[in-house]
Ligand binder design. Structure first.
Ligand SMILES: *Cc1c(COP(=O)(O)O)cnc(C)c1O
Length: 397
């Protein structure tokens, strides 16, 4: 089974079986290779490995069988040629910048990306002479107008956090390519089970494996997926030097996560859709942001681009911060934490946590109201989740 043509198998099968080259011990479950280095048969073989003329393991900063298995599986699921694993999602995003950018380059980034992604481009790449502009995720004309001759890539997340807006990946890939730039998509919210940006024209996909890929909130990790040329010639040499490597233990946890990803995503999305419909009917709720609802501005695009609508729901209450905090503090079951993609449902107040560092004006411009609450819907029984929210919602209504 080790050398089957995995591309001819469905995602559920790839996620469970691809990437494991069984050792002479005949193990059924993929082992964790905890070794920093590898032994060669001869001086000649060592030389061939180091020059890249012979494939094989060298040193676990850049070659490890457990990590390689994870990379192979995730590449298949994203329908990419190659994947490289990193120590975190942010390490993966930093690697894309370090590998592709040089002083004098320009990056065009969605305004609605993970907070540390903004800081990475603005504060760190900015320090070395890379300029970044931020544009509205859903405004294609704004992207087009902001591209410069020196723009190296466009960077976005879709759906966005916390308003769950959707970008048209195909249209943005076409735009990027027509102007000689690349498109990089952070696919954390959808995972390859719901959306495969590379098949829509994106050049690189980045992941925080910390979220749905692990799925149980245990490990931090990241990955970049793309074609052989970009991964082998740009990202791999950077990983080998930069050293933000995924540990074999974490890769082993994430491999287990991938095995149940399709099942979990379906159950997450079903719970989230039902919760969004229910929230829309609550008198204390002013507006629900969820792409599965026909009230969502990009509902048709979401239907076309994603196989399901995702499992993060946000909603505004009548009132402001006090009402949002009251609802959050009334929960007993849900976890008050900004993390997402866990089997445990989490609830957070974006205006004072994930987006608390933005000025009130910047938050208002981004559409993040003080009354906004975000829920990453987990896999607990839906009635229990509703009941945990019902108490607070009824006291507000
Ligand atoms: C969490 C997250 C990241 C960063 O990943 P880490 O693994 O925490 O470094 C990047 N993008 C998105 C959308 C995230 O949710």
């Amino acid at each position: 089974m080790n050398d089957l043509d995995w591309q001819t198998y469905a995602a559920e099968t790839q996620a469970i079986r691809a990437g494991h080259r069984r050792s002479p011990e005949g193990e059924h479950s993929l082992p964790i290779f905890t070794t920093s280095s590898y032994v060669f048969d001869s001086a000649e073989q060592a030389a061939l490995r180091f020059t890249g003329k012979q494939p094989g393991n060298i040193y676990s900063r850049f070659t490890n069988p457990t990590v390689s298995a994870f990379q192979e599986r995730l590449a298949l699921l994203e329908q990419g040629e190659r994947c490289l694993a990193f120590s975190s999602g942010m390490a993966a995003i930093m690697a894309v910048g370090m590998a592709l950018l040089k002083a004098g380059d320009h990056v065009l980034c969605s305004r609605s990306v993970f907070g540390n992604t903004v800081l990475a481009f603005q504060n760190y790449f900015g320090k070395f002479g890379v300029e970044t502009d931020f544009v509205s995720l859903t405004d294609l004309a704004a992207w087009e107008a902001a591209i410069k001759p020196n723009t190296r890539f466009l960077f976005l997340e879709t759906p966005s956090n916390p308003l769950i807006e959707i970008a048209d990946i195909q249209a943005l890939a076409d735009l990027a390519h027509s102007r000689g730039c690349l498109l990089v998509v952070d696919n954390v919210f959808c995972t390859p089970i719901l959306q495969q940006p590379l098949t829509l024209g994106a050049d690189l996909v980045v992941h925080s494996a910390t979220k749905y890929i692990d799925g149980q909130g245990r490990c931090v990790g990241g990955a970049v997926i793309g074609n052989t040329e970009l991964i082998e010639n740009s990202l791999y040499p950077y990983l080998r030097t930069g050293g933000a490597t995924m540990s074999p233990f974490n890769a082993w946890v994430f491999l287990g996560g991938l095995e149940t990803l399709a099942l979990r995503m379906k159950a997450h999305c079903d719970n989230a859709f039902a919760l969004a419909l229910w929230l829309e009917q609550q008198p204390a709720v002013a507006k629900v942001h969820y792409p599965g609802l026909s009230s969502h501005a990009q509902h048709e695009l979401a239907k076309r681009q994603q196989s399901h609508f995702g499992a993060v729901v946000s909603f505004e209450l009548h009132g402001g911060k006090d009402q949002a905090w009251q609802l959050i503090d009334s929960t007993q079951l849900l976890s008050i934490t900004a993390n997402l993609g866990d089997v445990k449902t989490t609830i957070t107040h974006p205006a004072t946590t994930t987006h608390g560092r933005l000025s009130p004006e910047a938050r208002a411009a981004a559409g993040i109201q003080d009354s906004l609450v975000r829920i990453s819907v987990g896999l607990e029984n839906l009635t229990d989740i509703k009941n945990d929210l019902r108490r607070g919602l009824e006291s507000l209504a």
